[in-house]
Design a protein. Structure first.
Length: 447
């Protein structure tokens, strides 16, 4: 592993030797601004995609040093023998921009420039056959590695999902400002000439959802495929599948995540209050914390279900899994979510998922694994969620069928090892078409 700090190393001449026993049929450079084993979200995606690529190809991963210790621990176990990791950090003064989310975009932009300058020199030594950008998983920020003279894969990236306008009336002022700023930032990003250049240069663009795919096509990406960025390792699947089935009573729902306005938990509480009138013994647990907690607690009191709704706050993962084991179904009414890791975890544990037919959860959840409802209006969603709760509460056979379907779906479609096979097929398709000087052949990509 190379560790590089500051700007000085960008002027160095790099020399890289290939191990004699390494399969050299393809040399790929991966850009993963966030990459760390054992984490979810961006960092977890960066690690797992890079690890899967290194199962089949010689891979160089360009990232930051934040995940250095965890990456080294995994490499020492032989989990990615064909992976080389280059940690690139900006000078200490640039860390000012990385404090909180406010300046993260500027820090990321500067890191991308530094990454390109370093990767350009590295490319002269290695002659990469493929460049792959993984994180940030966001379509409206550029990857300067697209400028390198090699086929470029962009993604999976998301961010094209939006809260339907009719739901803005359910947000407080802070939520409305957040949505407005997010939409403006996204539009500005779409006008960024480097984002448009990234889109035009990529051989294949991978979108986490169809909503993002539509926006990427508008950016003139030549070939856009929809591929979820979330999955679970075989170890995680085995751990979650060992969680026993809950007791038959009381019927209990659970939501897990940060208590943010766009997570839609206010819709879940309102739907539970309507459902609770017919099933007064039922309970609703919410695990997590955030700026919406007081508002949600007040809402539960106003609706008269505060004794049936429990806010557990943040918990260690082991305790979260214990709580999940005591519940019958996951409620995930998110209004714009590119991934939805918690949905996969619940499915792997055999818990049906009730969600909105939006974003990543709408892609992962099917009629065989849970119940998803359309998102036309807040009133309709509340009514349909309450109806879904009632169906699950009154039909143990339905819960059992969905439980089995959820486990099978995760194993078949959201297993990182299965996604690794899709990834290597894509790599070979792109490189083969480039060598033949023709368009990439059709490739069927599953979620």
């Amino acid at each position: 592993m190379f560790r590089i700090s500051g700007w000085g190393p960008l002027c160095l001449s790099l020399s890289v030797c290939l191990p004699e026993n390494c399969n050299t049929d393809m040399r790929a450079l991966i850009s993963a601004y966030a990459c760390e084993p054992g984490r979810g979200s961006e960092s977890g995606t960066g690690w797992h995609v890079a690890q899967q690529a290194a199962r089949f190809h010689d891979v160089w991963v360009l990232t930051q040093s934040e995940g250095y210790s965890a990456i080294m621990a995994n490499l020492a176990q032989g989990l990615a023998p064909k992976m080389r990791v280059i940690c690139l950090d900006l000078p200490p003064w640039a860390l000012f921009w990385k404090k909180g989310r406010r300046g993260l975009h500027i820090h990321y932009y500067a890191w991308q420039i530094a990454a390109y300058l370093l990767a350009r020199r590295l490319h002269r030594e290695v002659d990469f056959e493929l460049i792959h950008h993984i994180t940030f998983v966001r379509y409206w920020t550029p990857s300067f590695l697209a400028l390198l003279p090699a086929p470029f894969i962009w993604g999976p990236v998301g961010g094209g999902e939006s809260s339907p306008w009719s739901f803005w009336t359910t947000f407080n002022l802070r939520g409305k400002v957040f949505e407005l700023v997010r939409n403006i930032a996204r539009r500005v990003g779409e006008c960024d000439p480097f984002v448009r250049l990234t889109a035009r240069k990529c051989a294949v663009a991978l979108a986490t959802t169809e909503e993002t795919a539509i926006r990427m096509r508008k950016l003139k990406c030549k070939r856009v495929l929809v591929l979820s960025a979330v999955a679970l390792s075989q170890e995680e699947i085995q751990l979650l599948s060992s969680i026993p089935a809950p007791r038959t009573s009381p019927f209990r729902l659970i939501s897990i995540g940060r208590l943010l306005h766009w997570k839609g938990f206010h819709l879940g509480v309102r739907a539970f209050a309507e459902f609770h009138r017919q099933f007064p013994e039922a309970e609703y647990w919410l695990i997590g914390d955030g700026p919406e907690r007081k508002r949600l607690e007040r809402l539960a009191r106003d609706l008269g279900v505060d004794r049936a709704v429990t806010f557990w706050g943040e918990m260690p993962r082991s305790q979260v899994l214990e709580k999940l084991g005591s519940c019958n179904a996951l409620v995930h009414p998110s209004l714009h979510d590119s991934g939805g890791w918690v949905c996969l975890e619940a499915m792997a544990a055999g818990r049906p998922v009730v969600c909105l037919d939006l974003g990543g959860p709408g892609l992962a959840v099917t009629s065989a694994t849970g119940i998803k409802v359309p998102a036309d209006s807040p009133e309709q969603v509340i009514r349909d969620l309450a109806s879904a709760f009632g169906q699950l509460a009154s039909a143990p056979a339905l819960r059992a069928r969905l439980s089995l379907g959820a486990r099978n779906s995760v194993e078949a479609h959201f297993n990182w090892n299965k996604k690794g096979l899709i990834l290597t097929q894509l790599y070979r398709s792109v490189v083969s078409s480039k060598n033949k000087g023709e368009a990439a052949p059709p490739l069927r990509v599953e979620p």
